[in-house]
Design a protein around this ligand. Structure first.
Ligand code: NAP
Length: 316
């Protein structure tokens, strides 16, 4: 008889409320894959977005869908050629695959071993599970595409959320100067992560506020919010500066702006670097709340609010 697992799953694109806890068979382990017992799963805004069907024409999918793309867990079995890790090793991964189907809000996942990295040793598995998607997004946006370097001035829009929290710390690890934008209640939090300055998007024009701090402007804007905040901030970007956005695809932007849209990709080598930074104490992981699998709807509704501080995770 096939092994069963408890999962959170849904059968229609009608939003987070369609997600129910139930059972599914654990998929067969194929060549190059590993079976992982999931200890914790990070929750990201995209998980809630997908339940609403926004990506249904762009991403192949089949119901029932298990939400979640982040996990930390323990390897329980390996396919024939999967030999990078031993059974019993603790790993983490960003598990987005070509078909939306087998997510991480579940007791088990079967995944190609090329996706996973050994987990940081110095933090809890809950905290580890909060790293992959948000950590890789900040990493790829700032290090890979933003080419951030020491001494540069960086403005992060939405700096107290999952991605922004990693963004502040990765920027400080590079020796950059950081202005974090979020509402007032998150300013002490952003400073605790290393932000040199903070700006409240409810307190007036964000671009003007930044120019009071750096009259010459900033070298890089990392946009995790878009909308009015982004429009206001463009006036403080240096002529030689760059804009990296994870939301805006650049359609209505001035074509003179050096612009890059980033959609985060799985990358185990970059996860290895993130692990090092966490183990060196340069990046801390802030989990503001842990939910049970039965509370997946609450977790998805919280992340859909766009006002989560740090990260939230689910423990199956
Ligand atoms: N393209 C990609 O690969 C990619 C990857 C990851 C995420 N994303 C997207 O990027 C966005 C951020 O992701 P996340 O995980 O960091 O989300 P999150 O954890 O929900 O954080 C959102 C943050 O934005 C702040 N915020 C809300 N409205 C704002 C405004 N008008 N101006 C400035 N800050 C504002 C919030 O702070 P307050 O509570 O203080 O308002 C909150 O800290 C989401 O829309 C997500 O879907 C895209």
């Amino acid at each position: 008889m096939k092994k069963e697992m408890r999962v959170a799953k849904y059968d229609e694109f009608s939003g987070p409320k369609a997600v129910k806890v139930g059972k599914m068979e654990v998929p067969d382990l194929k060549e190059g894959e590993i079976l992982v017992r999931i200890e914790a799963a990070g929750v990201n805004p995209v998980d809630a977005v997908i339940t609403k069907g926004y990506y249904k024409d762009m991403m192949p999918h089949s119901f029932p869908i298990i939400p979640g793309w982040d996990f930390a867990g323990v390897i329980e079995d390996r396919g024939h050629a999967a030999r990078r890790f031993e059974v019993g090793e603790e790993v983490f991964a960003y598990a987005r695959r070509p078909e939306v189907k087998w997510g991480t809000f579940a007791e088990y996942i079967v995944i190609p071993e090329s996706y996973v990295a050994r987990r940081p040793e110095n933090i809890s598995m809950e905290a580890v599970s909060a790293i992959p998607l948000a950590g890789l997004t900040a990493y790829q946006s700032l290090y890979q595409y933003g080419n951030l370097s020491a001494g540069q001035k960086l403005l992060i829009l939405g700096a107290s959320g999952g991605v922004g929290s990693f963004g502040i710390q990765l920027a400080k690890a590079k020796g950059a100067e950081v202005i974090g934008v979020a509402s007032k209640k998150n300013h002490d939090y952003m400073k605790s992560l290393g932000a040199d300055h903070t700006v409240d998007y409810n307190g007036g024009d964000v671009g003007e506020a930044v120019k009071e701090i750096y009259p010459e402007g900033v070298d890089l804007i990392f946009d995790c919010t878009s909308g009015e905040t982004l429009q206001q901030s463009l006036k403080c970007l240096k002529d030689s500066g760059k804009l990296v956005s994870i939301l805006n695809q650049g359609n209505e932007l001035d074509p003179k702006i050096d612009f890059q849209f980033v959609f985060v990709e799985p990358n185990a080598l970059q996860l290895n670097h993130l692990r090092q930074l966490v183990e060196e104490g340069k990046v801390k992981v802030q989990v503001s709340k842990t939910y049970k699998l039965e509370e997946a709807v609450d977790a998805l509704e919280q992340i859909a609010s766009r006002h989560t501080t740090g990260k939230i995770v689910i423990k199956p």
